[in-house]
Structure formats: structure tokens, C-alpha cells
Design a protein around this ligand. Structure first.
Ligand SMILES: Nc1ncnc2c1ncn2[C@@H]1O[C@H](COP(=O)(O)OP(=O)(O)OP(=O)(O)O)[C@@H](O)[C@H]1O
Ligand SMILES: [Mg+2]
Length: 245
């Protein structure tokens, strides 16, 4: 069986105004692989993530999940396999820790449960296990997330991504709003939980030093082009200079 989970093939994205955000991008993401995307502002990192999520249409190219092409509104085949983590956490700030986490499994939660806030014991138990896994077990899980620190909120964000047992997590600058030590802790947590649960990760970052310890592989993007795609251990100063010069 192929080890490729997600294949991005000859993808082009042109925004109105003739802005070429992705220029013939080819990426293979393997099972259980952690990839960091580096690149200056405007290089196309978020566009790439949005394209994989089906939030932005392609001008050219194909995206395959487990060899199935899901262009052309066929996003349903991957909806339950992809989870996201965002820079601004994207939580429901007035809701509790546990409710935010359970909302990550929304595809499997019926609308009346959402309305009345009643969850099956099995879902609650799963959420509690994940709360422990992300290191939030010392906090009352009924606490509103707006009363948590940024690092704690991103732990909720990670838990929400994990609860649906995805095959891949897409993270767009997940540590940009955090202090350096917390950022390091959060990236370590993403790496540890992804490896433990056999999840692939595609994560955009601005910190090159973090990318080297976090990722198995690093992709450098500039002006919509892939400049390099290498194992993290083989990234040279030369590569980074080329990317940011
Ligand atoms: N909705 C949009 N409409 C038009 N142009 C856009 C849109 N979104 C992004 N762009 C343009 O596409 C290019 C790539 O933007 P993108 O947001 O993907 O970059 P990025 O690498 O994520 O940058 P950053 O590091 O600042 O987040 C930029 O030139 C940007 O101005
Ligand atoms: Mg971006």
C-alpha cells in the first residue's frame, strides 16, 4: 500500500488581480509525517492550507486523499479525516473547555445534543482522556476558554483537533500568538500527540529554529513556488538564506 496520505499535484491558485499565490505546487504528505512550511509573508502558506481544506478553489491541479481526487466539491470524502489548528485558536470563547473539545467531533454529534448540551458518556470520557493527554487536567473542564491563557487555549485547540481521530492536522501558524517558551511547549505537544496517534501534520511556521526540531520534513515556499522540500536534518543555512533574502 502506498505511504502517501495526501498528494498535491500541479496546483495553481490565482486570486483576482492576477495574484499568483500558488504556482504549480507539488507535495506528497506521507502517513504519520510531520511537515513544516516556512516562507516569508505572502508566500502562499495559508492559501495552500485553505486549498487543501476546500475553502479556496483551484485554478489548476488536483488534490488526492488516499489516492482519491477530491477536487470538484468532493470534500466530503476527507471531512472526517482532517482537523485544523489556528493561530487565534478559533474557539467558542464563552463555552467551556470540554464543550469546545467535543465540538471538534461535530460531524458525529447530533444537532439536538448541541442545542441541549447533552453528550453521550462515551464522548465525554473520550474528551476527558484527551484533556489529560494535552495537559489540561489540573483545570476545571467547565471553565470558559476565554478565562484561559493563550497557551492553555491552544491546548484546547489541539484537543479539539484530536477528538475526531483525524489522519492529518493542518495548522496555520499555531504558535504565532504565544511567547517563545509556550510556543516550544505547544509544538512539542503537537508533535508528541501526532506521533502517538499516527497523525500527519502540515504546519506553517515563521520560526526556522522551531521548524527544525518540530518537523520531519521542511518545505520552503516563496512567491507561490516551492524552493526546497527536504528532511529537517538536511536544511542548510544556505536554504534559509535563499528563502528569506
Ligand atoms: N482572499 C484573497 N484575495 C486576494 N489575494 C489574496 C487572498 N488571500 C491571499 N492573497 C494573496 O495571495 C498571496 C499569498 O497569501 P497567503 O496568505 O497565502 O500567504 P502566507 O504565506 O500565508 O503569508 P503570512 O505569512 O503573512 O500569513 C499574497 O500575495 C496575498 O496577498
Ligand atoms: Mg498565512
Amino acid at each position: 500500500m502506498s505511504n502517501t496520505l495526501l498528494k498535491i499535484e500541479s496546483v495553481c491558485k490565482i486570486y483576482p488581480g492576477n495574484i499568483l499565490a500558488l504556482n504549480n505546487v507539488n507535495i506528497n504528505i506521507n502517513n504519520n509525517e510531520i511537515i513544516a512550511i516556512l516562507g516569508p509573508s505572502g508566500s502562499g502558506k495559508s492559501t495552500l492550507i485553505r486549498t487543501i481544506l476546500g475553502l479556496t478553489s483551484l485554478n489548476k491541479g488536483n488534490i488526492y486523499f488516499r489516492s482519491k481526487n477530491y477536487k470538484d466539491n468532493n470534500f466530503n470524502i476527507i471531512r472526517n479525516s482532517i482537523a485544523t489548528i489556528y493561530q487565534n485558536f478559533n474557539l467558542v470563547s464563552r463555552s467551556s473547555i470540554i464543550k469546545n473539545i467535543i465540538l471538534g467531533d461535530i460531524a458525529k454529534v447530533s444537532s439536538w445534543r448541541l442545542l441541549f448540551n447533552v453528550w453521550p458518556k462515551e464522548t465525554q470520557d473520550k474528551a476527558k482522556d484527551i484533556i489529560e493527554e494535552v495537559g489540561l487536567n489540573d483545570i476545571d473542564y467547565n471553565k470558559r476558554v476565554e478565562n484561559l491563557s493563550g497557551g492553555q487555549q491552544q491546548r484546547v485547540g489541539i484537543a479539539r483537533a484530536l477528538i475526531g481521530s483525524p489522519d492529518i492536522i493542518l495548522a496555520d501558524e499555531p504558535v504565532s500568538n504565544l511567547d517563545p517558551q509556550t510556543a516550544k511547549d505547544i509544538l512539542n505537544l503537537i508533535r508528541k500527540t501526532a506521533k502517538k496517534n499516527n497523525i500527519s501534520v502540515l504546519c506553517s511556521l515563521h520560526q526556522t529554529n522551531f521548524a527544525k526540531t518540530f518537523a520531519d520534513r521542511i518545505i520552503g515556499m516563496k512567491e507561490g513556488n516551492i524552493l526546497f522540500d527536504k528532511p529537517a536534518k538536511k536544511i542548510l543555512k544556505f536554504d534559509l538564506n535563499k528563502l528569506y533574502k
